[in-house]
Design a binder for this molecule. Structure first.
Ligand code: S3P
Length: 435
């Protein structure tokens, strides 16, 4: 399905951020591992989460939709996740497959994980290495790709692990394996990554200790832990809110509010960047929801200027670089985003896909070995963007179109449903010319 966007009139009104993808995945996985019935509200009903939910059902959980974004998960508890009768198709979901592999590792289980073409090209070795050290056996395709068959006798050895890359998915896989491992497992993070797994472990009754050593976070879990069902109210996703926020900042005359945005400091790097660029991004009405702080964000069109993004901020905005590059395309000067090699192994190679998307629309961009330099100015538009089946590239391109002289088109809009199924409706309600 092709889609396009054109120069938009000022955006106005109030939008509600959809449920957070990271927390939604975790609610299904934790609910399935726990004893009792977990009640989830505000779940992101995107394709990625539905894949994770169906995999957790294949592993023995009973998941029932009880309303809009409302689900119950009857967990496996003491009987544990079960060897599935089918291959576990995780679709496009990197978070899903990596966290579920970690969760399965602690049980006596044999399971084969598959995914779509994009997921099948993504590296799994980063997860399989620590899980193998804990005692799991795993057969993968070349380079640690899917399909992966994982076999565990459910008797793992605790691990002290420092992931070689800053990755919440790696940290989470190890911690989930540690839930059913006798002894203390430690993950050391020199650069903190999103802490939703630690928060949810606590909400499900585990004791997680976080201390500082030489500036790094040391996260300790003493297993085994019998997780207990909990209530999870999923807060709004800052990574999805990023799209209407950037659209309003760059579309002249805009003035909007995006409600229900999670403000966890491990996720708000983009908002810092946009503020430094001179953007009016004002968070108000801070409150707690589902154990996280949320706020409503007021955005007004602003004249932006270029910045150099500090590399140490990358973990707190890892999914937001494509849309930041769109903001940079209209900012005065050259924005530098470097040391973000991880972007090459996301749903697509997001460094080259973002460079292509800008180039196709007449924006000056230089692709670096591990980053991008974007020089802002007028956006001629008129390009057809190859999304490489990447939802965030697709949405970023459509946001760029809101300020382009000629419409911006994308080759395929279907992947947007993985993380933001209400994107078109929400953007059109704000006044964006997106079809
Ligand atoms: C996620 C972690 C990030 C992020 C992904 C969601 C998570 O991946 O890109 O969209 O929910 O833990 P990495 O941990 O690989 O950086």
């Amino acid at each position: 399905m092709r889609s396009s966007s054109g120069k938009s009139k000022p955006l106005s009104g109030t939008a509600r951020a959809p449920g957070d993808k990271s927390i939604s995945h975790r609610s299904m996985i934790f609910g399935a591992m726990a004893e009792g019935t977990t009640h989830v509200t505000g779940l992101l009903e995107g394709a990625d989460i539905l894949s994770t939910a169906s995999v957790m059902q294949a592993l023995g959980a009973v998941i029932t939709k009880t309303g809009d974004g409302a689900y119950t998960v009857e967990g496996c508890g003491a009987s544990g996740l079960q060897t599935p009768k089918v291959e576990l198709d995780c679709g496009n979901a990197g978070t899903g497959v990596r966290l579920i592999m970690g969760a399965c590792a602690g049980y006596k289980i044999r399971a084969t994980f598959t995914g779509d073409t994009s997921l099948s090209s993504r590296p799994m070795k980063r997860i399989l290495d620590p899980l193998r050290e804990m005692g799991v056996s795993a057969a993968s395709q070349e380079g640690g790709r899917l399909p992966v068959t994982l076999e565990s006798n459910g008797k793992l050895t605790p691990l002290s692990y420092t992931p070689p890359i800053a990755s919440a998915q790696v940290k989470s896989a190890v911690l989930l394996a540690a839930v059913n491992t006798q002894g203390v497992t430690t993950v050391t993070e020199p650069i903190p990554t999103r802490d939703h797994t630690e928060n949810m472990l606590r909400a499900f009754g585990a004791k997680v200790e976080v201390t500082k050593r030489n500036g790094a976070d040391v996260i300790k879990l003493d297993g085994p832990v019998a997780l207990k069902a909990a209530k999870v109210n999923v807060p709004g996703d800052p990574s999805s809110a990023a799209f209407p926020i950037v659209a309003a900042l760059i579309t002249p005359g805009s003035d909007i509010i995006v409600e229900n945005v999670m403000m966890n400091a491990t996720r708000t790097g983009l908002f810092e960047c946009l503020t430094e660029m001179g953007g009016h991004v004002q968070a108000d009405n801070f409150r707690k929801s589902g154990g996280e702080v949320i706020a409503d964000i007021h955005i007004k069109y602003s004249k932006l200027h270029a910045i150099t993004v500090p590399p140490e901020r990358a973990a707190s905005m890892i999914d937001e670089y494509p849309v930041l590059a769109v903001a940079a395309a209209v900012a005065t000067g050259t924005t530098i985003m470097d040391d973000i090699g991880e972007l090459r192994v996301k749903e697509s190679d997001r460094i080259s896909a973002t460079a292509e998307l800008l180039q196709a629309n007449g924006v000056k961009v230089e692709e670096l070995e591990n980053g991008l330099k974007v020089t802002g100015g007028a956006v001629p538009g008129g390009g057809l963007v190859q999304t490489h089946h990447d939802h965030r590239i697709a949405m970023s391109a459509l946001i760029l179109g809101c300020v382009a002289d000629a419409p911006v088109s994308i080759d395929d809009a279907s992947m947007i449903a993985t993380s933001f199924p209400t994107f078109f409706e929400l953007m059109r309600d704000l006044g964006a010319d997106i079809s």
